[in-house]
Design a protein around this ligand. Sequence first.
Ligand SMILES: [Fe+2]
Length: 148
Amino acid sequence: MKILECAGCGHIEFEEAPQTCLVCGAKKNAFKENPDAIRQPGHPREPTDSEKKHIPHIVVVKQCGLIPDGSCTDVHVKVGEIEHVMQPDHHIRHIDYYLNHKFISRVWLSPETCHPAAGLHLRAPEGSHILALENCNVHGNWMSETTV
Ligand SMILES: [Fe+2]
């Protein structure tokens, strides 16, 4: 899957750039392919503790009480399996959500008041692909994915 990075703000898109960056408004041609824009664990089956602090941990909850018609899929994301710190000089800036590799939402996190976590209530048909991508201000972008 082609990884495209916005030169204006670093926002990531997959496969095809949008007409304008949905985060900073830069034009389509600001997106450049960058296979290194998302960091990967050295050994995916045996991530180090540092990697476990950055790889998003996705929890899908299919029974939502907030939206009563039963169509809601809650997608919770925690960074990471070992909780990442939220300090002024080292924290998770934001968590981005992608549905079938299309960007759908960014949750900004204040280091003063937020846990390194987010949740969205999605209208995501059965079998949809969910990708969560987090940005650490020191250690860059990390992602994980699942199917709902
Ligand atoms: Fe970090």
